[in-house]
Ligand binder design. Structure first.
Ligand SMILES: Nc1ncnc2c1ncn2[C@@H]1O[C@H](COP(=O)(O)OP(=O)(O)O)[C@@H](O)[C@H]1O
Ligand SMILES: [Mg+2]
Length: 283
């Protein structure tokens, strides 16, 4: 059984004539990391909101098709249960902050407070999360006075603190420098090891190549490509659909084209190039 299953979803925002999501079907398996990518305005955030139930609950509009979470129709969940199962870090980290807490420490504890976690357990968890996200130096700061990147890390940390089975991260690294971006991807890898299912909206394909199991490519509200990272991120069709390919893959595809050969075994990351060269005794 898939942990998340979308069956033939169509969706139109209120007051819009044009449909945003068309015949969208998708099955996500427990414990895998999925990279959802595609051009701006292609519908990535809309899909996240559908899976989390914010569409149609908050956004209204016209939704048809079926959303199943852990084998149960999303309409049969109460809102609280769904919030416990699915953690969601919004595209804009500003939206995520509670607005009622004065320090980073309290902000991260806030969600646990709401669901009645015991004090001892809460303190232990907050400390663990602060360490994981390297936020120890910021505990006394007001969340609203943080930089964009710091806000983003606090926002993701407060989602992970609640220990949801499914984690949706909508462009979690958009405000982050390369080092903090890598750190978030390392955390994603750790969460995968804990058995979490992760849906990651991201443009940084070089990192998707290194950390994801599967790629989902969306174009104009349709799921146009889906498959293992190696298969999708070496396929020039991705670019035609408005997506991006890893720099390394592009280089090898161009090289193969120049040689008139097909590029089926394209390396996607620098590490893969290195391994490949070592194997051939060329390095
Ligand atoms: N609240 C809304 N009301 C009406 N249209 C919207 C709303 N949010 C997004 N859209 C439209 O839906 C399409 C998909 O948007 P979105 O899901 O945000 O794409 P992405 O996350 O891939 O950039 C865009 O054309 C966008 O303008
Ligand atoms: Mg978006």
């Amino acid at each position: 059984m898939s942990i998340i299953s979308l069956k033939n979803i169509n969706y139109t925002y209120p007051l819009e004539e044009k449909q945003t999501i068309h015949s969208f079907s998708l099955d996500l398996e427990k414990g895998c990391v999925y990279g959802l990518t595609g051009a701006n305005e292609s519908g990535k955030t809309t899909i996240c909101n559908i899976i989390r139930g914010f569409i149609p609950e908050l956004y209204k509009g016209e939704l048809t098709g079926e959303v199943m979470i852990k084998g149960k129709n999303i309409n049969d969940y109460n809102i609280g249960d769904l919030a416990t199962i699915i953690g969601y870090s919004f595209q804009n980290p500003f939206t995520q902050l509670s607005g009622v807490k004065d320090t980073v420490y309290e902000e991260i504890a806030y969600g646990m407070e709401n669901i009645g976690v015991s004090r001892d357990k809460m303190i232990q968890k907050v400390n663990e999360i602060l360490k994981m996200f390297q936020l120890e130096d910021l505990i006394d700061k007001n969340p609203f006075e943080l930089s964009g990147g710091q806000k983003q890390r606090v926002a993701i940390a407060s989602v992970v603190a609640l220990d949801p089975e499914i984690i949706i991260l909508d462009e979690p690294t958009s405000q982050l420098d390369p080092k903090s971006t890598e750190d978030i991807f390392e955390i994603i890898q750790l969460l995968k090891k804990q058995g979490k299912t992760i849906l990651l909206v991201e443009h940084k394909v070089d990192l998707l190549a290194a950390y994801c199991d599967e790629i989902l490519l969306i174009s104009c509200g349709e799921l146009v490509m889906q498959g293992p990272v190696k298969e999708i991120l070496s396929d020039p069709k991705v670019v035609e659909y408005g997506g991006q390919l890893p720099q390394v893959a592009l280089y090898f595809i161009k090289k193969a084209e120049a040689n008139g050969s097909s590029a089926s075994q394209v390396p996607l990351t620098v590490q893969e190039v290195y391994d490949h060269l070592n194997k051939d005794g060329e390095a």
